[in-house]
Design a protein around this ligand. Structure first.
Ligand SMILES: O=C(O)CCC(=O)C(=O)O
Length: 276
């Protein structure tokens, strides 16, 4: 069986636009496993952090540093993702963290405009040699808060960030100027689609004003050569054990449960998943 791959023409698009959307990167069976894992793993529900946005709503986040043997780990370690990241970032990568961002029907809040490197710069990463892949578990549409990007904004370099609600947001005066010269793209996605984006790409997402949840998995990677110069709450260069693309389906519905250590992004501390 063959699996979708990131190609050299994807790399050209990524370098030009700061992102590339790969439709149907995961199939329906693989996406169903992710959806069931969210529903069935009580450790995820116990370790969700709510991040306030600038409009008084909040969005939900569950974040962990190390990809394990569970279904989320199989996706983060799958050859199609890791090889794709290595092609896009131009060298060997390691797993920086993964997170579920979840917007409940009618309640899920927004993500304010930011660059991921606006955060990660402060973690001792010298170069913006990091990227994320967002994998749609639910349909992502404007009405339920799909990701929005400013096409080509990664070429602006890192811009100033400050506190916006419970999040860290980009200097809006500069974002507004960038909006006058760059395309504002709503990245609508179907379940299984994967959006690879550069850590300096300005991105945001709106609130969920629909009756459907908007759950996505984000896996983030750093170049091995960009080992952070100091310890921080995400890992320094750590060997990444890649698995075959078939491993997601072959392993099936393996839950991490209490094997996983979550990181509480709101309180800036590591939270161990607890039983009971
Ligand atoms: O889930 C979203 O809509 C955006 C998440 C995001 O921007 C992030 O985790 O940096």
């Amino acid at each position: 069986m063959s699996y979708p791959q990131v190609t050299t023409s994807d790399r050209i698009a990524f370098e030009r636009d700061g992102y590339v959307l790969k439709p149907a990167f995961f199939d329906a069976e693989e996406v169903a496993l992710l959806g069931r894992a969210i529903a069935l793993d009580p450790a995820i529900a116990r370790n969700v952090t709510r991040l306030a946005d600038s409009h008084g709503a909040s969005t939900e986040l569950a974040l962990w540093n190390h990809p394990g043997e569970d279904v989320f780990g199989m996706v983060a370690r799958s050859a199609r993702v890791v090889d794709g990241m290595e092609l896009l970032l131009g060298g060997a990568v390691y797993h920086y963290h993964s997170k579920l961002t979840m917007k409940r029907p009618r309640l899920g809040g927004a993500w304010d405009w930011h660059q991921d490197y606006g955060y990660w710069y402060h973690n001792g990463c010298l170069f913006p040699d990091l990227a994320s892949v967002m994998i749609a578990i639910d349909p992502c549409r404007r009405v339920n808060g799909c990701l929005e990007v400013l096409r080509g904004s990664h070429r602006m370099g890192r811009i100033e960030h400050g506190r916006v609600g419970g999040q860290t947001g980009a200097d809006m005066a500069r974002v507004e100027e960038a909006m006058k010269v760059l395309d504002h793209v709503y990245c609508e996605m179907d379940p299984g689609d994967a959006l690879f984006f550069h850590c300096n790409t300005l991105h945001a997402s709106g609130p969920n004003i629909s009756e459907r949840s908007r759950n996505v998995l984000l896996c983030c990677y750093n170049r091995m050569s960009n080992n952070p110069y100091r310890e921080h709450h995400h890992p320094r260069a750590t060997p990444l054990e890649k698995v075959a693309d078939s491993a997601i389906r072959e392993r099936g519905l393996v839950l991490a449960g209490d094997e996983r250590t979550f990181y509480d992004a709101r309180h800036d501390e590591t939270v161990e998943a607890k039983t009971g």
